[in-house]
Each structure stands twice: as C-alpha cells, then as structure tokens.
Design a protein around this ligand. Structure first.
Ligand code: CP
Ligand code: NVA
Length: 331
C-alpha cells in the first residue's frame, strides 16, 4: 500500500490501512514538531490552495504544514483569481497542474474536487465540500486515538444535521475503522440512504455497528465521543435557520447528553461553533430567536471533556501527513 501520488478526496476512497498510515505519519510529524526537529522534506515543492468558501483552520493548517515541510503555498479565492467566473474548473485545474506539485480545494459540490483531481494531473486534496470533509476526519480520529489509545470498538455519537459533510464523513470514517456510529437527529436529517447502505457493507467487514436514533436522550448511550457541528453549513441560505432551530434545538449537546454517554466520554466539534454570543451570527440568532447557544451548550464546550482545541491543532498534523505522504515516496 502506498499513498504516494494519491489524491485525498473522500473517506470512502480510503482503506482502514490507509487511514492508519495517515494517522501514523501525523503522530510522527507532530512529535517532530514538538521536539523542534526539522522535517522540511518537501523543499522546492509548491502547493495551490483554492478556497471558494471561508476558512480559518483548514487554510492555516495547509499553509503552516506546507511551510514546515519546506514548501511554498499560494492561496487563491474567487475574488482574487479567475476561478469559476472567467475560467472553468477544468481549465484552472490544467493550468495549476503545470505549476504546482499539489492542489487543495475547498468549495461546493464533491464533483468539483473530483474534476480538479482528474484534470490537474497532480495530487489533489479535499479541504471540504458540501458532501465531505475528509481531512477533518483524520484530525478527529487522531484526537480520539490520543485520548482513548485505540479506535476499534469505540462508539461515536453525532448530534445534529447528519446529512451534510461532517455527518457523512464521520459515518464513513467510523465504519472503516471498526468504530460504532450513532446519528442522533430527526429522521429527515439522517444521511443519504445510499451512503448508509455503503457503510453497512463496510461495517459487515469491520464489525462496526451503525445506529440511527431520533431520541436525544438515547443517542449518546454507550458513546466514547460525542460530536456535533453547526446546524446551518457554509453556502446554505440564511432562510433555513428558523427550521433548523426548531428541528435541531432538542439535539443540542448539553451536560445531560454528556452524562448519558460513557464515563470519561469526550466532546468533539470540527469548529467553528456557536456556543455563546461571541459571534456576529450568534448575536443575530439571539436577536431573532432568543437562543444564547446553539448546537452545543457553553458548559459542555468549556468543560474538561471538551477536546475541541486539541482536535483543531490536529488539523495541522494530519493535513501535513496527507501532503507528505502524497509527495514523498516513504515518510
Ligand atoms: N473545521 C474547519 O474546517 O474549520 P475552518 O472552516 O475554519 O477551516
Ligand atoms: N458543516 C460545516 C463544517 C465546517 C467545518 C460547514 O460545511 O460549514
């Protein structure tokens, strides 16, 4: 198995062994960084970072990872490039493939990042699409591994909109790694039945148990990690807030949800999170709907069980592993 020259597009493309290799190299590169050991093994290489949606963690993780590896990174967005408006994705991908050794893309449909991968001829990495967020899953798995020492047989409970990028990718990631996965939300927010079917097939091989639960009091039963994400994702219209608040408020991760999980369960969130009134959108929602916290209570977010900032740091180490394994033959 070699990940050299491979794209990184979605969790479904990866084997359990691939994921283990990304996590092994991430842990190795994290240890080197902590020890102050240079690991600039990709000196002279260049990476293009295409962002059609905003980002703090993913952009910074790619830029810092590239710098630590000795690479040069160029950030492009639709305002400062021809992307989308004056030049097609296929033509842009072909041009970038002539100048860069790798490309990262964050944006809308999964088909766009798949097209860039096909047309560019260089390793292409998915930095988030509507359907999937695979680099986030590696950081989540590394965080769980660091906290629990193993992944196999653990239970991950996901509260919130399980149809979108995070719910989809976590379900696939859990099934691949032999972890049990519970989606806890109203039935209309369960992942796409075709994806559930694929995960059930994977789960038969790995022993993972998939559960779809509508009772917020039951979703976290037996969970080693409880996960949530924003109720409205980037690119969705503001009009959906009212319906999401109504549907998903009973599924806020509260101290009660955590108390029903296993003793020692951890709380995870890909971030950014609406847990207080410290954001513009959070204050707008408060003015309109009277909520002071949304998908997670401030109490849980700030609790000792919350590992969200370790998880955010692990975006750097895992993204560095993705770049290094794609561009170095042997890490
Ligand atoms: N978790 C995550 O992808 O964060 P950003 O949107 O800040 O990149
Ligand atoms: N579901 C969120 C994830 C952000 C990291 C979004 O797509 O906005």
């Amino acid at each position: 198995m070699s990940l050299y020259k491979k794209h990184f597009l979605k969790m479904l493309d990866l084997s359990k062994e691939d994921v283990e290799e990304y996590l092994r190299v991430a842990a190795l590169l994290k240890a080197k960084k902590k020890a102050g050991e240079a690991h600039d093994v990709l000196r002279g290489k260049n990476i293009a970072l295409l962002f059609e949606k905003t980002s703090t963690r993913t952009r910074c993780a790619f830029e810092v990872a590239a710098a630590d590896l000795g690479m040069h990174a160029v950030y492009l967005d639709p305002k400062s490039s021809q992307l989308g408006k004056k030049e097609s994705i296929a033509d842009t991908a072909k041009v970038l493939g002539r100048m860069f050794d790798a490309i990262e893309y964050r944006g809308y449909g999964q088909e766009i990042v798949e097209e860039i991968a096909r047309e560019s001829g260089v390793p292409t990495f998915n930095g988030l699409t509507n359907e999937s967020h695979p680099t986030q899953i590696l950081a989540d798995l590394l965080t769980i591994l660091e906290e629990k020492g193993d992944l196999n047989g653990l239970t991950l409970a996901y509260y919130g909109d399980a149809r979108y990028n995070m719910g989809n990718s976590l379900m696939v990631g859990a099934a691949k790694m032999g972890m049990n996965f519970t989606a806890c939300c109203p039935a209309k927010y369960f992942p796409d039945p075709a994806l559930i079917e694929k995960c059930r097939e994977i789960a038969k091989e790995t022993g993972s148990v998939l559960r779809f639960e509508t009772d917020p009091k039951k979703g976290s039963e037996g969970a080693d990690a409880v996960y949530t994400d924003v109720w409205v994702s980037m690119g969705e219209p503001a009009e959906v807030w009212a319906e999401r608040i109504e549907d998903l408020s009973p599924y806020r991760v509260t101290a009660d949800v955590m108390a029903r999980a296993k003793a020692g369960a951890i709380f995870l969130h890909c971030l950014p999170a609406f847990h207080d009134l410290g954001t513009e959108i959070g204050r707008e929602i408060y003015d309109k709907f009277g909520l002071t916290e949304m998908e997670v209570s401030d109490e849980v977010f700030l609790s000792a069980q919350s590992k969200v900032f370790d998880e955010a740091e692990n975006r750097l180490h895992t993204i560095k592993a993705v770049i290094a394994l794609a561009l170095c033959d042997g890490v």
